[in-house]
Design a binder for this molecule. Structure first.
Ligand SMILES: NC(=O)c1ccc[n+]([C@@H]2O[C@H](COP(=O)([O-])OP(=O)(O)OC[C@H]3O[C@@H](n4cnc5c(N)ncnc54)[C@H](O)[C@@H]3O)[C@@H](O)[C@H]2O)c1
Length: 367
């Protein structure tokens, strides 16, 4: 059986490689450099454990979507930034012109999107299976969480489910697909709410001069119903984006989602609290941020989308602070581009001696 994957990014590439351990996979991406590197076996990414799997993958890549013609199932993992689903829609439109098989949307979408696309494109059969793993951990978590199969009927559910099961994965039935679309948004909104609560309780502990972790340990000790998360900062491509998507969906349906809106407010408030503490501790000093991606440095991610560190940097820039950045996980060309976009400098080795160093470690800024 031949499978197609459109969108070979942080989520799509490792997923395609996982499927290519068993099936013949053709991957499609508009980034021709990436396509070339994949075909040469020279593509590297920060996904844990990907190198060996890539070597064993029965996979080729192309920029031409029409090469998916002979596939039985095409998976789509294209960006859905700020509710913009145009890349997904235009790929479906292209597929509808020459392909008549199953298409599985894996990108996170607005509830009802799969149905709207199915009504528009009649030659393809759509399902929705969200990616629920974390960035950089797609391979590791592929078998850990069950895959939610959002389908329009039982037969389609069984067909798509059997592909995942043939790779040893568990599945959960979600008929119709709106159930799966909501479940994906709920899982990220739930995580964001947990982080927001922990972050806010942490700030209250600090008002007493206590370390939040100690109060949380005392609160959680021996009580299975209390599991307060670690307090810290968070961001990344999925949690804020998907929570905002759910907020706007709830509003469209006539419900004011006060708690979800508060999580976004708390996220910014925590960034402000860190900016304030940094300037109080290091008045007038140049600041060097070591680790600027959306995850702490030990996670070895080079993705900076919606990075909470960048929120803090921008707040400090507004206060006139001199700022340098460095991140060993970001290739130097990407780091240079990021620095010029933020209007800061890339740090040199000497800067570590003369600046106050702020490290993004252990899910918070350490300074
Ligand atoms: N990053 C994650 O770990 C993660 C986790 C869960 C869910 N998701 C969801 O998966 C989807 C993809 O996210 P991502 O982080 O992999 O995005 P990404 O930006 O890393 O990857 C998207 C890929 O699609 C390619 N692309 C863009 N437009 C294209 C087009 N028209 N045709 C072909 N290729 C095109 C890009 O070149 C890129 O390689 C999003 O909806 C996201 O919310 C991602």
């Amino acid at each position: 059986m031949k499978l197609g994957f459109i969108g070979l990014g942080f989520a799509g590439y490792p997923l395609a490689v996982m499927f290519a351990q068993k099936f013949d996979v053709t991957g499609v991406d508009i980034n021709e450099d990436k396509v070339g590197a994949i075909n040469r076996g020279a593509y590297s990414c920060t996904e844990e454990g990907i190198e060996e799997m890539s070597r064993n993958a029965k996979m080729s890549a192309t920029s031409d979507i029409r090469e998916l013609k002979g596939c039985s199932i095409v998976f789509i993992s294209l960006p859905s930034t700020q509710g913009d689903f145009s890349a997904i829609e235009s790929s479906l439109e292209s597929l509808d012109g020459f392909y008549t098989g199953d298409v599985v949307i894996m990108s996170t979408v607005y509830p009802g999107f799969t149905r709207r696309m199915q009504e528009k494109f009649r030659n393809i059969r759509l399902s929705f299976v969200p990616v629920r793993t974390f960035e950089g951990k797609v391979v590791r978590q592929f078998h850990e969480f069950p895959h939610i199969i959002g389908a329009f009927d039982e037969e389609l559910f069984r067909r798509i489910s059997s592909i995942f099961e043939s790779l040893g994965c568990r599945t959960v039935k979600a008929v119709p697909p709106e159930k799966a679309e909501l479940a994906k948004l709920f899982s990220n909104a739930f995580r964001q709410a947990e982080f927001a609560l922990a972050g806010e309780l942490g700030e209250i502990a600090r008002l007493h001069g206590f370390e939040p972790e100690e109060i949380f340990r005392i609160t959680n000790e021996g009580d299975p119903h209390r599991r307060i998360k670690k307090p810290g900062i968070w961001g990344g491509y999925c949690l804020p984006k998907d929570t905002k998507m759910l907020i706007s969906h709830a509003k469209d349906k006539g419900h004011e989602p006060h708690l979800l809106q508060a999580t976004e407010h708390v996220r910014m408030q925590l960034a402000k609290a860190r900016a304030k503490r940094i300037t109080e501790k290091h008045p007038g000093k140049a600041l060097l941020f070591h680790g600027v991606t959306s995850k702490p440095i030990e996670e070895k991610i080079h993705d900076t989308r919606d990075s909470p560190v960048i929120d803090v940097i921008m707040l400090l820039k507004e206060k006139g602070c001199e700022i340098k950045i460095y991140d060993p996980n970001i290739p130097s060309a990407q780091l240079g581009k990021l620095a010029s976009k933020l209007g800061v400098m890339v740090a040199s080795e000497d800067d570590y001696g003369r600046c106050a160093v702020i490290r993004h470690e252990n899910y918070d800024l350490q300074f």
